[in-house]
Design a binder for this molecule. Sequence first.
Ligand SMILES: [Ca+2]
Length: 321
Amino acid sequence: MKNNLVKSLALAAAVSAAGATAVLASGGIKSAVFVDYKMYLNNREVQLSNPLAAIVRDGASDAATYIPAREFFEKTGYNVNWNGADHSIRLTPKVMSSPDDFENQMFPLVAADYGEGAYLYAIGYDSAALKYRGVSRAFDWPAISPEFILPVMRIFDYDGDGEKEVAISSHSGTGTGLSVDELHIIEMETDAGGDYNGMTDHKFAPEAYNKQISDGVAYKVSDDGGRMFIDISSGTSSARIDITDYAREVSAAASDIRFSCGYFIGFTPDEDGAIKMRAGLGVYTEKRPGYINYIAGLTADVAYKDGALTLSGMSVSAGYF
Ligand SMILES: [Ca+2]
């Protein structure tokens, strides 16, 4: 038991940097005592259930502080894998999964593609940093929402030009009557020698997708024997929704009803390389413009080409997604 403890402590000391491979070194111990030191990261205590230890090695006069490696690294943002065959510890950055992770990690990892070696970090709540192909860049949009909704990151050659792009959907806004994702397509830039040296961020701007939805969706309000209906259509899809109760509540005639989109927007880059959009469609009246009644949902495919994002295959259905 004691030997195991000493071994794990020695391992802890040998691991010093992210991604490092440590090998157990033999060495004598003159004295070892547990200590009740506290550790803080960003002024927040890192709560460990295993104690730290102060160890003086043979031939040394001062004690060094040793930490329990697995627990410490797991709590500060790493997956820890012990390889008994070559006595090595392998650390890989861990995507955060809780608000505690967010607080305990210096730069919380919020999305990763381990195969591509792409890592998206949150820098507080206001900005993000992407590391990919040897290039790092900070962006002035949020990588994570205050509700800890994680972004989705996928990497594909979205425009078919032979170079992969990074698609990131980040949840930027939630509130009363509002839930909006931001979609970014990030292109890698190369220098004259073909080495990666920068990133260009193409954001799907709300004014762009709202116009595309408005252009692609037709609606008609009708008063039919005392009941009021809105017929919504896009392509071959259509939906008829009874809005009588809403119209009565806001004292609106059929001619007062307006169509609304843009307040409930979701983007999902999926595992197959497609990017799906979902949008809530609503009605409102000029009398109460802030009171939107969500009555239908729209789904669409998002295509990326030459820096521009376009919707296609729009389909509407009754009910709000
Ligand atoms: Ca491409």
